[in-house]
Design a protein around this ligand. Structure first.
Ligand SMILES: *[C@@H]1O[C@H](CO)[C@@H](O)[C@H](O)[C@H]1NC(C)=O
Ligand SMILES: *[C@@H]1O[C@H](CO)[C@@H](O)[C@H](O)[C@H]1NC(C)=O
Length: 360
């Protein structure tokens, strides 16, 4: 099985986090992202077209109902929270003004959102990464009012920040030939724009107190069902995967540079690309049967979400993809497990005494 190639910095970061869990202080996480990590913010945006608050979303979630998650069950973030022994942080827009949840972790992710403000324009409403950062800045103000400035800074310095964004800048922006960005920029220019925007965004989070930040690299977007249907025989779009790899490479360089420039910053890159590609190339190795189309029989010409009148596959565990964009709960479980096993393989804690080797 391919493991996520996690840099040592990330392993150290997470192990610090695990240590925090084991000690008295519970780990606080703030989550930023798009539909891959959303847990229900868009339900609170009246005019948003990027919603999943209808069957069959959530059919395999606790209670079997749609929550605003864009999958049949849990997101990777939900599963990682389970493994860390903390509740999955609630959607920012579900919180009341003085909610104590601001102190224990918040999820700002929003389906359709991107790094760039204009990404996902046709969804009418979504929380762009800039919007999400502004909401975190407001969160910080609430925390300050609750526990004072010094403690608030310490709190924000010690929390962990998970950021997974950028897929929509491709799927719902650059790869749409009728939108301005794809006409205005070459791919090199577009990457440049995303990286310089991310540079400002990470810096803004840092100024608000974030130190331990993990950025999830993009997966092989050329292989998601909504992109495959654009090829002649349902293959992956090589050009799109090349672009994603270029973006991932540039983000890693940016994070290295930020770690040098910003004192105390611990930004890490979680490379999900190889693990997702291996799951798609070798589904049988992981107990799946189909990775080139989605479990829900979606109509990609009208968006590719799983609508209430769609037909679902008979065994949802056999499919890597739930709809034309999003992995199934079963695929998310595999990816979350790999994230954790790869962390433990890099762990240099005192090894338990080895069992005596059997003699032959
Ligand atoms: C995007 O929007 C935010 C808030 O609405 C604004 O602060 C920021 O300057 C905008 N960024 C660009 C590049 O237009
Ligand atoms: C998926 O792959 C299978 C086996 O290679 C093939 O028979 C099927 O036509 C493919 N489906 C799509 C939608 O491309």
């Amino acid at each position: 099985m391919a493991m996520l190639g996690l840099p040592a910095a990330l392993a150290v970061l997470i192990i610090t986090a695990m240590a925090a869990v084991a000690s008295a202080a519970p780990l606080v996480t703030y989550i930023f992202g798009d539909s891959l990590t959303e847990v229900g913010n868009n339900n609170h945006l009246q005019y948003s077209l990027a919603k999943s608050n209808f069957p069959w979303y959530g059919v395999d979630y606790t209670g079997g109902r749609a929550t605003g998650r864009f999958t049949n069950g849990r997101t990777i973030g939900d599963i990682i929270s389970e493994k860390l022994g903390i509740p999955s942080p609630p959607p920012y827009l579900s919180l009341s003004q003085n909610d104590d949840a601001f102190l224990t972790g918040v999820n700002y992710a929003s389906g359709g959102a991107g790094i760039l403000n204009e990404t996902g324009l046709y969804f009418i409403q979504r929380l762009s990464f800039d919007d999400q950062i502004r909401m975190f800045e407001k969160t910080k103000e609430v925390i300050k009012a609750k526990i004072g400035g010094v403690a608030a800074n310490k709190h924000c310095n010690e929390a962990m920040y998970f950021i997974g964004i950028g897929s929509n800048d491709y799927v719902n922006n650059f790869l749409q030939p009728f939108l301005a960005d794809s006409q205005q920029y070459t791919h090199d220019e577009f990457v440049e724009l995303m990286i310089s925007t991310l540079d400002q965004q990470f810096t803004r989070l840092y100024q608000a107190g974030a130190r331990k930040m993990v950025f999830h690299g993009l997966g092989p977007l050329g292989c998601i069902p909504s992109q495959r249907v654009k090829s002649k025989k349902g293959q992956c779009l090589k050009q799109v995967n090349q672009w994603v790899l270029q973006f991932n490479y540039r983000v890693q360089k940016l994070l290295t540079s930020l770690n040098r420039r910003l004192p105390g910053a611990q930004l890490a890159f979680a490379d999900t690309y190889p693990a997702v590609l291996d799951l798609i190339d070798n589904p049988h190795n992981y107990g799946f049967k189909i990775s080139n189309t989605s479990c829900c029989n979606v109509d990609t010409s009208i968006g590719g979400l799983c609508l209430p009148n769609s037909k679902m596959c008979s065994n949802r565990r056999e499919y890597v993809f739930w709809d034309a964009f999003h992995p199934s709960d079963a695929a998310n479980a595999v990816l979350a497990d790999q994230l954790f096993s790869s962390l433990f393989s890099g762990l240099h804690s005192p090894a338990p005494a080895p069992a005596p080797a059997p003699y032959h």
